[in-house]
Design a protein. Structure first.
Length: 224
């Protein structure tokens, strides 16, 4: 699996959202592929409320991602976004630069154009052993039992904006692109975990449907 740059954002001007999505898909994503060492760009839309849009950008390696992060091309893309849309983007935007920590399941070395469960969390360090045991048994263990599961990978954040975001990200992808809900017991399990303030100081999750992907040197595919 690859290191990733993850962006979550919410657009707050409904009458301009169509224009924003057209620009993002047709201008912004192709521009981002000019960033050194960035190899795929995927975009998703929330099925479960919360922050509406998720974008995941895969890099060739950790050092390459750091080069891309600090590149003139990345700076130009971010400046263009601010110039065009800063008045319309919700300030709750989240950005994570992440490296792979552990691959629990994967049938390929990259992510796919699939329904994706995003989980961001941070252990309570005063009960870290208990929290890690709960995470491995109650969250990872139950996700691994899902027959639709395709990929389950844990990332550690290297940089994040804002700084108070969680330091761990887990991405869970499903084989069925048309999957629109996770099983109710999984949603209940995540809700229960979020309430465990004794184990997790930060905990957020959302389910996203695939929208569009662009792969360097390959082209693009639109979601249905």
């Amino acid at each position: 699996m690859k290191p990733v740059y993850i962006v979550r954002l919410h657009f707050k001007t409904p009458e301009l959202e169509g224009d924003f999505n057209s620009w993002y898909n047709n201008v912004h994503l192709p521009d981002l592929l000019k960033v050194p060492n960035l190899i795929t760009a995927r975009r998703f839309i929330s099925l479960s409320g919360g922050i509406k849009y998720l974008a995941i950008y895969e890099f060739s390696g950790r050092d390459g991602m750091m080069e891309g992060k600090n590149s003139a091309e990345m700076a130009a893309c971010r400046a263009d976004t601010r110039a065009r849309w800063s008045l319309h983007l919700d300030p709750r935007a989240e950005r994570y630069w992440c490296d792979v920590s552990k691959v629990f399941k994967s049938e390929r070395d990259m992510l796919s154009d699939s329904t994706t469960l995003f989980l961001a969390f941070e252990f309570n360090h005063t009960k870290e052993a208990e929290a890690k045991a709960h995470f491995e048994e109650e969250i990872v263990g139950r996700l691994l039992k899902l027959p639709e599961l395709e990929t389950l990978v844990l990332h550690t954040t290297i940089f994040k904006e804002p700084e108070d975001l969680p330091n761990m990200i887990m991405l869970c992808q499903f084989q069925n692109k048309t999957l629109t809900t996770t099983p109710q017991n999984i949603l209940e399990m995540l809700s229960t975990a979020k309430s465990r303030k004794d184990l997790y100081t930060k905990f957020d999750y959302a389910l996203y449907a695939f929208m569009i992907s662009i792969v360097k040197k390959v082209g693009f595919q639109m979601g249905t």
